[in-house]
Ligand binder design. Structure first.
Ligand SMILES: [Fe+2]
Ligand SMILES: [Fe+2]
Length: 337
């Protein structure tokens, strides 16, 4: 009896409730009204996969091994890091990879919640079909990252506060196009770059395979956002467009300034400010944090959202230089397109 009560109290502590309110649309038009969405939905159905049978879960993973190469470390040269002995370095590697995958896990849960909101919010039946399929995809992504973290790495970190803030803002906004902007364009655009980067570096076969499957789904999700929002902003009144600009700038600043090693510094008893300055200045850290935007920026341009205000803010963040990049290059290279 006491054990059961304790378990319930524990579940309560692990639950966080937020209030969301958004317009939910029935549509009585069952035809295809937005070009490209039905094709995406057909691809989504064709490419469903079962993570339980598709991935080699029997693979032995050594959590402290070089799952990603040790050379990719923005703290190289930092005295407290350099003082670590071999055993402590192995522990540091374990912390780094489990922190990164924990953020993927929590981001995937956010995507699951947003995709489910889109089923109700979007105005076209094909978009509802697609959002339904994305909801299934995201459930699978939460499942695979959770399983990898718990069974293989055995170390889960809490969500990064800036990522949580953007997820909350996306979930709470009542307008359906903000949900696409926050999730499909911004977070999933960033995630595709982060997954791609990790995929290139990863030396552990199970994680590599897992990432490839997840990326294939994510590339469709980003396309869902781009196709759905295509033309949406063309005739929007200036005051409404301004709200979108504000949201994009807010989200980009939040995401640009988040990965500064605070969580790792705290876990290792290092000075947070020193670590932040180092990460902000190190070539590896700089490259990684701007590279994450290489798909987001050209996609915003496609949608007509790279307005003078947004351009100005992006120039300050040093991410405007991606505006003419090809947002689908990575997909073609990986054979997704
Ligand atoms: Fe996902
Ligand atoms: Fe996704």
């Amino acid at each position: 009896m006491t054990a059961a009560v304790n378990q319930l109290a524990q579940l309560d502590r692990e639950l966080e409730t937020i209030l969301t309110s958004f317009d939910t649309n029935y549509t009585w038009n069952y035809g295809s009204v937005k070009e490209g969405l039905r094709d995406l939905y057909e691809r989504a159905k064709r490419d469903q996969w079962n993570s339980t049978t598709q991935l080699a879960w029997g693979t032995h993973v050594e959590p402290e091994s070089e799952i990603i190469p040790s050379v990719v470390n923005p703290l190289a040269g930092y005295a407290p890091f350099e003082k670590l002995d071999a055993k402590e370095r192995a522990h540091f590697r374990h912390a780094q990879i489990s922190f990164q995958l924990s953020q993927f896990l929590h981001g995937e849960q956010g995507a699951l919640l947003v995709a489910s909101q889109l089923v109700g919010g979007v105005p076209w039946i094909d978009a509802k079909y697609y959002a339904g399929s994305q909801t299934m995809d995201e459930a699978r992504h939460v499942e695979v990252f959770s399983r990898y973290l718990h069974q293989k790495l055995e170390w889960e970190w809490p969500i990064n506060p800036q990522l949580k803030e953007l997820l909350d803002a996306t979930l709470k906004d009542s307008r359906w196009d903000f949900k696409y902007l926050g999730m499909q364009i911004m977070i999933e655009g960033l995630a595709m770059a982060a997954f791609g980067n990790l995929y290139q570096l990863c030396k552990e076969p199970l994680l590599k395979e897992l990432l490839l499957y997840v990326m294939k789904d994510e590339s469709r999700h980003v396309a869902f956002g781009v196709v759905s929002l295509d033309g949406h902003y063309a005739d929007m009144p200036a005051n409404e467009l301004r709200d979108r600009e504000d949201f994009i700038i807010y989200a980009a600043e939040l995401m640009r300034n988040r990965l500064v090693g605070s969580e790792i510094a705290r876990a290792f008893g290092w000075n947070e400010n020193e670590v932040r300055d180092l990460v902000l200045e190190s070539p590896v850290g700089k490259m990684f944090r701007s590279m994450l935007f290489q798909r987001v920026v050209p996609n915003l341009k496609r949608l007509g959202l790279l307005t003078p205000r947004v351009r100005d803010a992006f120039a300050k963040l040093d991410i405007l230089r991606f505006e003419n990049d090809d947002p689908d290059k990575q997909d073609r290279e990986l054979g997704f397109a």
